[in-house]
Design a protein around this ligand. Sequence first.
Ligand code: GLA
Length: 731
Amino acid sequence: MAIVFNENKRTFSLHTAKTTYQLKIGNLNYVKHLYYGTTIEDEDLIYLIRRYDRGFSGNPYDSLKERTFSLDAQPQEFTTQQQGDFRINSIEVQNGDGSFSFNGRYVSHKMYSGPFTLNGLPTAYATEDDTVDTLELVIEDAITKVQVTLLYSVFEEKDIIMRAARVHNGGTETIRLKRIMSINMDYMNGKNLDIVSLPGRYGQERQVERQPLTHHVYKVRSGRGISSHQQNPFIALVDRSANELYGSCYGFALMYSGSFIAEVELDQYDQCRLVMGVNDRLFSYAVAPGEDFDTPAVLMTYTHKGLSRMSNNYHHFIRHNLNRSKFVREVRRPVLINTWEAAFFDFDDKKIVEIAKAAKNMGVEMIVMDDGWFGKRDDDNSSLGDWHVNEKKIKCGLPALVQQINDLGLKFGIWFEPEMVSEDSDLYRAHPDWAMEIPGRRAVRSRNQLALDVSRREVQDYLIESINKILDSANIYYVKWDINRAITDLWSNVLPSDRQGEVSHRYVLGLYRIMDGIIKTHPDIMFEGCAGGGGRFDTAMLTYFVQYWSSDNTKPLDNLKLHYGSSFIYPVSTMGAHVSAASPMVPIETKAAIAMCGTFGYELDATKLDKDQIESCRKMSELYHKYYDLNFYGDYYRLANPFEQVNLVAWECLARDKSEALVTVITVNLTVNGPQEYIKCRGLDPKKKYRIEGDGNNLVASGMALMHAGIPIPREIPEFTAFLYHLKAVE
Ligand code: GLA
């Protein structure tokens, strides 16, 4: 059992292979947080908590005249409300009598093997090789009988703890949740912590920011109804001295695809508190007597071995415990070409076949017909919601088109944007009330489209049925599932006016139900997520999508930053990345080397390439297959930071048995007569000798030398050259 309960001390120690998390039922039955860090024995760490009379920090009434016990100065597993803890809170509930009070104390717990699941929300699953144990610990307000169950699943070998909270209304009156976080994480001293987040914008997703905590409340949030381009539902708290290889790093990833919030506070005593969950803005959720409310899950990891280990913990976990498709291991993902940047809306069935024919010579194995094939869509002003083939464009019909593609030896993929509706569509004309629009107001348009109220059952059922019909009508191998606007005008015509604060969250639950009804019923189809690029790239989505389109920005040099930032949590095997016609000064080989730090494919008009370009692409498609296992399953190391003034950007994918690695180096800025540059490898076996094939001229050197002295990078060469160093252990 990865969880040890010491009955005498009333401590719970949650052990993963390399970490321990400890909590304790403490004074007055408040549940205290004692430790999260490198593995320790099952000793009681209560000695860490020193008590002082803290002026202006109140004492719970039943602590009697004890002035040294204040929740304002106690590390806790979940907060109370109006009990003298003035820091950021994990719950804000309005009780039936109108009061805002919650005094949650331990009442019971249970432990079992296997991970917890949540109502209507995705969670991680256990593989055959995993040892997973779960603790469910219940705290309750004795007056209102509102309970919060704190859920912890310990994925022992993966060094991941999955957490969530479940509110149960055990009272007799309806309560309203104004704020309910998935986790509360307290640090006794957070003075030396930095916060790392992944902010961005459309076309520039997941850039990296790191800043020291000072006495503020830091908010990383999306209020856009999608997890967003602007912030990713991931943050890390790391020691100020932590770097890629050393130092304490705590990672937190929220498995949620809607508006979210992560807040971090460094308080008056340098204690640090982190909360993370559904955004409380425009949120108010009624829970009737006997009902439950489940929060989304958070995936936490800890390591004292720096940012690389933190990232690899997530990469490994995402590949094994979130991605569920056969395209993770059993079936290799094909090299694809997508029609979007090739033709935008301007195509017909003939053009698709022409691109496919030309692309075949590039080593392409699948063509994806992007936006524009349905309704009467010739631009982005119409037809969303009308999921039937545009016969003016696809004159031969979908099954015949797919057949022609299959006859060429290629697979066929297709694009959808299920959650949206155009005002100029049959769907909107038939069901205007299905769009998210507040009565008496006109909805905000974005890309000239409206969002459907997917919190409604009949809308969900319509989408499941109409999309499944297309998927079942032809031999479709792949689907790109897009969303191209943020959600505004929160309103649902089927909810009473005092429950409109539930719409944003219900939208996300509805979306997951639609995805269950389409994706889970088509296990042989490979699904890729997309949100105007990478605007909803999160760990919840990766339980449905095996990969996610990283960005509409296909400029290779911008992608260096995008991949670097994304790699803090997302593995190469999930990052959609294509070679496009953007940045003509960058050679195809370099574009392809960068796209190989992702799922690899093409996004250009193959009919416009000359023979040499086709041949370059063919060779690079071959290399994609050659290095597939290293890129898709290896450990990933960031070797040079593109956000700094560097001349080279580099990364490494290392086989988990350290027998092989691929080191990619891109020259981004080579000064005339400049210094000799070296790239130092990481994670190799120091005692092994490696032969460097590919661009390494078969140099042989020890792992020790390659890690500490490095590989010399040629100098007198053009900018934007890519070097692929393939290291192989010599027997
Ligand atoms: C979004 C996607 C693109 C493309 C277009 C189609 O912007 O990110 O890749 O599919 O939509 O409209």
